[in-house]
Design a protein around this ligand. Sequence first.
Ligand SMILES: Nc1ncnc2c1ncn2[C@@H]1O[C@H](COP(=O)(O)OP(=O)(O)OP(=O)(O)O)[C@@H](O)[C@H]1O
Ligand SMILES: [Mg+2]
Length: 381
Amino acid sequence: MAKEKLKVLMVEDNPTDALVVKKRLQKDSAFDYEVTHVVSGEEALLSMEKNSYNIVLLDYNLPKMGGMEMLAEIKRKNIEVPVIMITGQGDEIVAAQLIKEGALDYLPKRENYEDAVPFIIRKTIAEFRSKLERVRLQKEIALRKEELEKTNAKLTELDRMKSDFVANVVHELKTPLTIIKGNLDNIDQGLAGEVQAKQKEILGDVFKVINRLSRLINDLLDLSKIESGKMELNKEGLDIVALAGEVMETFEILAAGKKIGLVKEFPEKTVTVNADKDKLTQVFINLIGNAIKFTDKGSVTVRIIELQGEAQVEIHDTGPGIPQDQADKIFDKFVRVVAEKKEGTGLGLPIAKDIIVLHKGRIRVESESGKGSRFIFIMPK
Ligand SMILES: Nc1ncnc2c1ncn2[C@@H]1O[C@H](COP(=O)(O)OP(=O)(O)OP(=O)(O)O)[C@@H](O)[C@H]1O
Ligand SMILES: [Mg+2]
């Protein structure tokens, strides 16, 4: 393989020293050296402006412009080149200063110092190149970071616009729906004339759909409030045991209709958590409602356990369970396990989760397909 060409600028006022080093480099096999020799700093700077060098061997003890001044000039002119300073005997003390000024390395002119020149060149070139690579990578990383930040800002803005849009649309749907429901209520109550049995039956079906629609609208409004950070919590000291009991009572008829047992496993005493009553009620409704909806036989159990600084609520059912690979996804909006043919939109769990997280609590599900589900949430006290 052809050797890599290395352009060396040697700044050396002593012709013998220059010749010795040149000869030594010719014997070295690492590079194909092309040495340009100049005898003063002034000449070196001129040459560096016209040519580009891979490395500079700079004599510290030059007449007129000395090595230190040269370094400063190279820096001032922004010339990116590694410099090895050749110091005289006893000049080693200035070494630290040289490095600080930008020399990559230094070599004292001892007996046979020329033998060390190829090694120090190799080392300096390797260091210089890895430094360049590091700088290049850092720049690239900074650029990428900037791009990502811009994209992220754009996405956040788009997401906000989308949320605002949804919130507005949903809000606009609410008013006409309320009017429709009010008018149908009037008809249903006979205010517009006698209602016949068949008409009542049809009205009953329409009311079911209206209720579903109005629940969906409220869910979407809740979610958009949470997502935009506008949902406020009115926290108070709440007995979570009593609250769970109240919500369970409202489900008794539904459960009895499906012949499903509703079981309480509550502690004897009250367990107080610091929470928003309406929101926490919503969490119980969504979780217990799901448990009853998806369970066709067996029972639904609500268990409350008092922990250190926290209350743990578990809702177990004997329903179909949730396949492992779906367990994380069901907390996302509009996700429904395909196998289920029950009514719903897929908003109940995301709302419950958002409310719990807003309270700095957490929720998870443990389930195996066919073995029932166990939703567990933990609320800080
Ligand atoms: N107790 C459960 N047993 C089995 N699957 C469940 C249970 N709870 C939730 N799931 C699954 O998770 C999905 C998401 O539940 P989520 O409450 O968010 O929506 P949904 O009940 O389908 O609709 P919505 O709550 O909006 O009326 C459900 O569609 C169902 O597939
Ligand atoms: Mg649900």
